[in-house]
Design a protein around this ligand. Structure first.
Ligand SMILES: [Zn+2]
Length: 441
């Protein structure tokens, strides 16, 4: 094999002729000069159609390729422009990179693969590109990937959800397939108009094939679902119902902490800052201890008991002894959560019993929660009856939320959506060049 052919193989480029390989001493990188093969030449960058040439364009430019060993590699080529009947004057397509990209396809694919599997810092350090650039790359990789398959195929039971992705009340509307656990669709915004975009894409025939829809209690979701899938069975999203209970426990805990804190500091200190002198305004140790226990109990109260650390289990036991009302709130949350793991017949009995218990519990937050549960009782039981209450759905929800945190720093929500779709959409990125027989060691 000639050197130039070896370089084409190293770079993972197709329909490309390698003209020369040089080392750029100034930049400290290998520069591979190339040109497209004649059948890949003179094509529109947007539609790939063969078009008449226009001019030589702005000159030579470089694309970042995958490193060769310890050295960065750039591909360099001319960038002539063509005149497309549909797109006007555009830079001609190149077979080694996506239109408008500054990296080769193999580089893009590798970054997308890394972004769905590694931490932000690992991706940036290994590839030496900024996280924002990673965002642009996953965006264009997903744009190509979603063309290769029908993501709405066989959709029967879906979950609709809204997820906040920035502190400033920015939301995504997401749709998951309950049968495969895949993320099917996501878009910026949380309102009826956004959700209608999904049903428009789905089309009338496929809307009619939807049998179950789970969602939280948002009125706009209910409205659009009634409009587009009137026959589908409506289910409450167990993830949200448990989240309501978790939020209620947290509210009770904050109240308890405020009370304990006030009790532990009986009067305001005046004068110099710092530790009060002995005998002047010191607080009884017991009160202070109780305040500390309540303050540090957040995760012990909110986590599932099977995930508690030993220390958190002790905290929970202390809460049981020190603050019975807070402990009761915890038990109410846990028993509601467990109802979703029961068989339907048992769940009917237990949910009725839970409602009675919550109504009489003398904790305002839970009396209020009980009212919402009564309102949504039918859809909660429907979720349990039709098996939309399993752990896989909860795990899909958790994963999407995790990605919104990882994607923080991307320039646009499109990049966040692309990363979520590549990670959870059922078509994960693949490493380039793995179709050749590999040498294993
Ligand atoms: Zn074109």
């Amino acid at each position: 094999m000639r050197n130039n052919r070896i370089w084409a193989r190293i770079l993972g480029v197709e329909k490309t002729v390698v003209e020369a390989v040089e080392f750029d001493d100034v930049e400290g990188c290998v520069v591979v000069s190339v040109r497209p093969m004649s059948r890949a030449r003179s094509r529109c960058g947007m539609c790939q159609r063969r078009c008449p040439g226009y001019d030589n364009g702005p000159g030579r430019r470089r694309w970042r390729a995958l490193d060769a060993g310890l050295t960065s590699v750039f591909i360099e080529a001319r960038t002539p422009r063509v005149s497309c009947g549909e797109h006007g004057v555009v830079v001609a397509a190149v077979p080694w990179a996506r239109h408008g990209a500054g990296h080769t396809k193999a580089f893009d694919e590798t970054v997308a693969w890394l972004a769905t599997r590694c931490s932000k810092s690992a991706v940036c350090e290994l590839t030496q590109i900024a996280w924002r650039t990673v965002g642009s790359i996953v965006d264009r990789v997903w744009a190509d990937t979603c063309e290769t398959f029908d993501r709405f195929d066989g959709l029967r039971r879906i979950g609709i959800d809204e997820i906040s992705y920035k502190k400033s009340h920015k939301y995504l509307t997401v749709v998951v397939d309950h049968d495969s656990g895949r993320l099917v669709w996501a878009a910026e915004g949380r309102n009826a108009a956004t959700l209608r975009l999904f049903f428009d894409l789905l089309g009338e025939q496929r809307c009619a094939a939807i049998t179950h829809v789970s969602a939280d209690a948002a009125a706009w979701i209910a409205k659009v679902v009634t409009e587009r899938c009137p026959e589908a069975i409506r289910c409450a999203d167990p993830f949200h119902v448990v989240a309501w209970a978790t939020a209620a426990v947290d509210k009770v805990r904050r109240g308890a902490w405020n009370r304990a804190r006030v009790k532990a500091t009986p009067r305001k200190r005046f004068g110099k800052r710092g530790r009060p002198r002995a005998g002047t305004g010191n607080t009884p140790d017991a009160d202070r201890e109780q305040a500390t226990v309540v303050k540090k109990s957040r995760w012990a109260l909110l986590k599932n008991p099977e995930n508690l650390t030993e220390k958190q289990a002790v905290t929970l036991r202390l809460i049981e002894l020190e603050d019975p009302a807070l402990h009761r709130a915890y038990l109410l949350k846990e028993s509601l959560r467990l109802i979703f793991r029961m068989k339907h017949d048992d769940a009917v009995v237990e949910l009725a019993r839970w409602i009675g218990w919550a109504r009489r519990c003398r904790i305002p937050e839970f009396v209020e929660l009980q009212r919402s549960i009564v309102t949504h009782q039918d859809s909660i039981l429907a979720a349990i009856e039709h098996g939309l209450s399993n752990g896989r759905i909860e795990s899909a929800n958790t994963k999407i939320r995790l990605i919104t945190r990882v994607a923080f720093g991307f320039r646009s929500p499109d990049a966040l959506i692309a990363l979520a779709m590549l990670s959870l959409g059922g078509r994960p990125p693949r490493l380039p060049g793995r179709n050749h027989p590999q040498i294993r060691q």
